[in-house]
Design a protein around this ligand. Structure first.
Ligand code: NAD
Ligand code: MG
Length: 393
């Protein structure tokens, strides 16, 4: 019998992390079998410890070093090792496991994602910010080590599923639900609360990506992610609003064929596809798509006026170099400030635009050649964004 595949999950206490743990449980019931190596979390000791005990993980790592004692106590007698701190997360990613699920949110996920890429693992990637900030560097590290990047993000996973002839691709069409403010007026968006922004019509997700869906920065980040993952020019990537989130994305070929992947919005399907690759695994518990019940699928182009983040992402990816790092860093800081009710919803895209413009005005046009350079651009961007937001406050 084939031995179980060893899997580690970075960001195991989050939304993608929880869906991944469920896919692993289903795999262990119906096949293929998985063995959990490392699970990591940021601050939620209780959730991390109970997930690690239930999954019989080798090690659980909490990012906050002050929580080491709490984690050790929560794991006492379970046989699960405890560790803490950002360096321990990187060490967890270095442990032998065929697959690493990168599901930390933000550029905070980059060091551990990089560690897994460098040791040649299959990296099931949800953490799109890693690719947005270091797409060229990560791809080149993956070529050196033989690591594979398997997209979990539903749009990219859809493309991955139907991309049989990459050399014949004319266009990638990324679908977007349009988020909770798809039909909202600018006035309504001005006074939008974190609760309204996080109330996504089709998907249950972490707070940061939910706000990104509301500004449509998420689709902008996904455009950059797709350009790196599939090695296509940004002008070959189209954004199409599709409110039902049934078609997860499409690939248009040069013979006029357009292939799409469909399914109900449930992250367990793309996660399972990445975990089982090159096979598929059965998920008998999941609700099935019933198109007759859904009745109709709608499509329209995005409104670039109300959702300026889409244009910002196009500008950043076309400019190349560190521009995407600047856009991402400004967005991370602004989204956190919005969630803390320190800035208004529309200020997120406004400050991202200002920071990106400042970055592009600087006399720099070289792409960052090292990960240190990536972290340095991110650090400066965050400082600049915090200063701007203080001025605006
Ligand atoms: P989440 O907020 O629910 O979970 C984030 C995870 O990262 C948690 O385990 C948290 O503890 C951990 N984390 C946060 N900050 C950290 C830090 N500084 N150091 C170490 N760990 C930290 O987010 P999510 O919705 O699961 O999204 C995770 C990633 O997956 C994001 O990059 C997101 O864009 C991407 N993604 C999510 C979905 C989805 O359906 N949720 C879909 C596609 C892509
Ligand atoms: Mg997505």
């Amino acid at each position: 019998m084939k031995r179980p595949a060893r899997v580690s999950i970075l960001g195991a206490t989050g939304s993608v992390g929880a869906s991944t743990l469920d896919v692993i449980r289903q795999g262990n019931l119906n096949g293929p079998a998985f063995e959990v190596v490392a699970l990591t979390g940021n601050t939620n000791v209780k959730a991390l410890a109970s997930a690690a005990i239930a999954a019989k993980a080798e090690v659980a790592v909490i990012a906050d070093p002050d929580l080491y004692g709490d984690l050790k106590a929560a794991l006492a007698g379970s046989g699960v090792e405890a560790a803490a701190g950002p360096a321990a997360i990187v060490e967890a990613a270095e442990r032998p496991a065929e697959t690493l699920v990168a599901a930390i949110v933000g550029i905070a996920g980059l060091p551990a994602t990089l560690a897994a890429v460098r040791r040649g693992a299959s990296v099931a990637l949800a953490n799109k910010e890693s690719l947005v900030c270091a797409g060229t560097l990560l791809s080149s590290e993956a070529r050196k080590s033989g690591a594979r990047l398997l997209p979990i993000d539903s749009e990219h996973n859809a493309i991955f599923q139907v991309l049989d002839r990459p050399e014949r691709v004319e266009k990638l069409i990324l679908t977007a639900s349009g988020g909770p403010f798809r039909t909202a007026s600018v006035q309504e968006m001005t006074s939008a609360t974190p609760e309204q922004a996080c109330n996504h019509p089709n998907w249950m997700m972490g707070a940061k990506i939910s706000v990104d869906c509301a500004t449509m920065m998420n689709k902008g980040l996904e455009l950059i992610e797709a350009a790196y993952l599939f090695d296509v020019r940004p002008d070959q990537i189209e954004i199409l609003v599709h409110p039902q989130s049934i078609i997860h994305s499409l690939v248009a070929y040069d013979d006029g064929s357009v292939l799409a992947q469909l399914g109900l919005p449930d992250m367990r399907t793309p996660i399972s596809y990445a975990l089982a690759h090159p096979h598929r695994m059965a998920l008998p518990g999941l609700e099935r798509l019933d198109l007759a019940k859904i009745g109709r699928l709608d499509f329209h182009p995005p409104d670039m006026q109300r959702f300026p983040a889409l244009q910002l992402a196009r500008t950043a990816v076309s400019a190349g170099g560190g521009a995407s790092i600047a856009l991402n860093g400004a967005n991370e800081v602004a989204v956190a400030a919005f969630l803390q009710r320190r800035i208004g919803f529309l200020t997120i895209s406004q400050v991202a635009r200002e920071v990106l413009d400042d970055f592009l005005d600087e006399p720099q046009d070289v792409a960052p050649e090292s990960f240190e350079a990536v972290y340095e651009i991110d650090r400066r961007t965050r400082e600049r964004t915090i200063n701007k937001l203080r001025l605006a406050a």
